[in-house]
Design a protein around this ligand. Structure first.
Ligand SMILES: Cc1cc2nc3c(=O)[nH]c(=O)nc-3n(C[C@H](O)[C@H](O)[C@H](O)COP(=O)(O)OP(=O)(O)OC[C@H]3O[C@@H](n4cnc5c(N)ncnc54)[C@H](O)[C@@H]3O)c2cc1C
Length: 385
């Protein structure tokens, strides 16, 4: 992936987690990259959220030589408990090193921007508008998030729908008796509730529920909020303090009608948005970057050829994850009598069949490609690559 496309130039629009990683991936392949974002560094770092990273994201960070810098900000979890409150069935996924990692936005974004500043192939333009029009001779990567104006200017549609569920996020303190290295995905009739350990007993909750209920919950007093949260959580998890102001955001299912045009491609949430169930969002965005990184390393490629190949290679993963997350939400966010036996059967199968658990974890980690994997994950190491 190193130094093979010297002389090629690219503009990346959007310096969020997807755009800044895409800029680094291109620069490491020898491209000269201009990275633009209308927000300045303080605004980019100021978002309050945490991401669940899978092994596919960890492997990409390793390939780009970034894992060593990002790892200290990551909290590994070695157990993921899955509980269906409707059918009262549960199962657990475990891994000797980590099932995944939770990383807070600020630490991650800080390291990505620092790496961009240090790389001689990246020119960072924060707090400045991007170029007016795309230059056909160079590659343009649009990573402007879900409301991308450049995607709209290109006339590319962004079809889909808004869920009736919204998603509330908050950081809370766990009771000291709770296992701090266990993450939870709790399926509740109102929507999934994820518990993501941040270390030192802190945890991020991502709580899906009808939008009106999210709105009501963020206005509760801290004690009333914690009371409702503790009622919703499994008995093994108790929270004792609210550490920030809860916020909620709407959740969309959207997919761009095409992933590129000419020498311009769409990356990350500019191209797709899905429900946060299973923590797929940012990992899916970064698998876009992984594909871009592989194609950018081809010495004979041209921007137009790269865009064509990228578009062809991303569809299966994007459709697979978008459909799978939507099915999960529909299957579990209800008390439908006919669906309960199906849910019970599926979770019992997962509980008693470890190859099936491994297969589904591979699927959640690598998308449809994961179905074909028979080997385990790579062990992360802290050495620069
Ligand atoms: C309110 C909210 C809360 C969230 N909370 C969570 C959470 O708790 N956990 C989780 O896993 N996910 C969460 N998500 C989803 C997560 O933020 C996304 O998956 C992730 O940010 C996608 O990264 P991205 O880089 O593709 O887009 P973004 O992070 O949206 O970055 C897009 C960037 O493009 C820039 N931009 C916009 N227009 C232009 C332009 N014309 N030119 C150049 N740049 C432009 C923007 O300033 C922005 O910096 C949340 C999303 C939202 C909206």
């Amino acid at each position: 992936m190193n130094g093979s496309a010297a002389g090629q130039s690219a503009v990346v629009q959007g310096a969020g987690p997807t755009g800044s990683l895409a800029a680094l991936a291109l620069a490491r392949s020898g491209w000269q990259v201009k990275l633009h974002d209308p927000q300045d560094a303080d605004a980019l770092l100021g978002r309050r959220r945490a991401y669940a990273l899978t092994h596919s994201s960890c492997e990409l960070l390793q390939q780009l030589g970034l894992w060593r810098a990002v790892a200290p900000h990551c909290q590994p979890f070695d157990r993921l408990e899955l509980l269906d409150q409707g059918s009262r069935c549960r199962t657990a996924f475990t891994a000797p090193d980590a099932v995944g990692w939770i990383v807070e936005h600020k630490g991650l974004q800080q390291e990505l921007l620092a790496a961009c500043r240090q790389h001689p192939g990246v020119q960072l333009h924060l707090g400045e508008p991007g170029p007016e029009a795309a230059n056909d001779e160079q590659l343009t990567v649009i990573a402007e998030g879900g409301n991308s104006p450049s995607r709209d200017n290109l006339g590319i549609g962004f079809g889909g729908f808004r869920y009736r569920q919204g998603c509330l996020s908050a950081i809370v303190q766990l009771d000291h008796q709770c296992n701090p290295a266990t993450a939870w995905e709790v399926f509740r009739p109102e929507g999934p509730l994820a518990v993501l350990p941040l270390g030192k007993g802190k945890t991020q909750i991502v709580w899906s529920a009808p939008r009106q209920r999210c709105e009501q919950r963020i206005q509760l007093s801290a004690s009333a909020f914690l009371e409702q949260l503790n009622d919703a959580l499994p008995e093994e998890v108790t929270t004792t303090a609210l550490l920030d102001q809860p916020a909620w955001f709407p959740v969309d299912w959207r997919l761009a009608t095409r992933l590129g045009r000419g020498s311009t491609l769409l990356c990350g949430e500019s191209a797709h948005r899905c429900h946060p169930v299973g923590g797929q969002g940012l990992n899916l965005c970064w698998r876009d970057v992984a594909t871009l990184a592989r194609l950018a390393g081809d010495r004979r490629t041209t921007p137009r050829l790269l865009v064509r190949r990228y578009s062809q290679r991303r569809w299966l993963d994007l459709l697979g994850v978008l459909i799978a997350t939507d099915l999960l939400v529909r299957l579990f966010s209800n008390r439908h009598r006919l669906l309960l036996p199906l849910r019970r059967f599926g979770i019992s199968m997962l509980s008693c069949c470890s190859p099936l658990r491994r297969w589904s974890l591979n699927l959640a980690t690598y998308g449809p490609k994961g179905m074909l994997l028979t080997t385990g994950w790579q062990q992360p190491n802290n050495q620069p690559s």
